[in-house]
Write a protein of this length. Structure first.
Length: 364
């Protein structure tokens, strides 16, 4: 075996590399990691990784790289140049590998499958991170708060620093995580790249599609440990638990009224502003809440999707069905705090209270 001298470009070290003869083919082998190359030039470039040499420097920001093609790719971040375009949605990416990964959004391909739980992933990195759920490995430790994580700390540290380096070039809003900016931009573009393969409905995020699919499967993985009721989303469970705790963390800064759910505060504020952003496309009537508009449209369509399983009578709204069922059960959960009389609906109680206050009673 003959020794060959490998001249490292950093002049930090001279490495003697083995030239192997195998089946008549020459192979230059790295004496640090044993990786073999068919050409000396390839080995020389490879040795820069071990030597720490970064001979290729960016003339814009000064960052250095082991390989020239790494520098070329890096420069695209300054120029905005993106060489690889998706032929489905038109998105441009800086690398072929990024384009290949992006295409899986459209194709739904998930080639990486966990042999423990069967879950599949579109990328090798997300697959590697997922496996730590099973092993319990959390190799990244924050020296500020002491928490440990499955993934690198880059994004977590921004909680402590307040850094939000990703900016929307349309509205100027800033984000600490690039994926949140990507999702946000879809509110401007209307892009919905995630499609349900059961009903064809499209979504702007993978999480929204995943939650939607539970409508088809009936899966409700989030369970209340107080009453046992189950929900499609963790957010719905969190809101439900406030029924038990009485917590109302959302406060109106105009009248002081409090709410257990943020969206109810949003709708409530429209009482003060008079805003009615939802319009019926049949008669033009406007509403402060989208649910109110959907209920209203049933006047035009005649739809009554809520059916009583006792007498088969149907109703436009779930709340009307709930009130109706009390005719069968005899339940009267609304109690007058003046005389103690009970009623099957809140509106009947409100009407009754006028007797005590002297206000004119409204006929129901």
């Amino acid at each position: 075996m003959e020794g060959k001298l490998c001249n490292n470009t950093s002049e930090k070290t001279d490495v003697v590399c083995d030239l192997k003869e195998e089946e008549g083919e020459s192979s230059y082998q790295c004496d640090v990691c044993d990786e073999a190359f068919s050409e000396r030039d390839s080995l020389t470039k490879h040795k820069c990784i071990h030597a720490g040499d970064r001979p290729f420097s960016c003339d814009i920001c000064g960052k250095s790289f082991h390989r020239n093609y790494h520098l070329t790719r890096h420069k695209l971040t300054h120029t905005g140049g993106k060489a690889y375009n998706c032929n489905i949605c038109g998105k441009a990416l800086t690398r072929q590998s990024n384009l290949d990964m992006h295409m899986r959004i459209h194709t739904g391909e998930k080639p990486y499958r966990c042999d423990i739980c069967g879950k599949s992933f579109s990328g090798s990195n997300s697959f590697s991170i997922h496996k730590r759920i099973h092993t319990g490995e959390k190799p990244y430790h924050c020296d500020t708060c002491g928490k440990s994580f499955y993934v690198p700390l880059t994004e977590h540290r921004r909680i402590h620093t307040g850094e939000k380096p990703y900016h929307c070039d349309i509205c100027g809003m800033s984000f600490s995580v690039s994926s949140n900016l990507t999702k946000h931009k879809r509110t401007h573009t209307g892009e919905k790249p995630y499609r349900c393969d059961t009903c064809g409905k499209s979504f702007s995020t993978a999480d929204n599609m995943k939650t939607h699919k539970r409508i088809h499967t009936g899966e409700k993985p989030y369970c209340c440990d107080i009453c046992g009721k189950s929900f499609y989303t963790n957010g719905a469970l969190t809101n439900h638990i406030r029924v038990h705790t009485g917590e109302k963390p959302y406060h109106c800064d105009t009248c002081g009224k409090s709410f257990s759910v943020g969206c109810r505060l949003t709708v409530h504020k429209r009482i003060h502003t008079g805003e009615k952003p939802y319009h019926c496309d049949i008669c033009g009537k406007s509403f402060s809440a989208t649910d109110n508009m959907k209920t209203h449209k049933r006047i035009h369509t005649g739809e009554k999707p809520y059916c009583c399983d006792i007498c088969d009578k149907s109703f436009c709204t779930n709340s009307t069905l709930t009130n109706h069922k009390r005719i069968h059960t005899g339940e009267k959960p609304y109690h007058c705090d003046t005389c103690g009389k009970s009623f099957s609906s809140g509106s009947h109680l409100s009407n009754h209270k006028h007797i005590h206050t002297g206000k004119k009673t409204i006929s129901l």
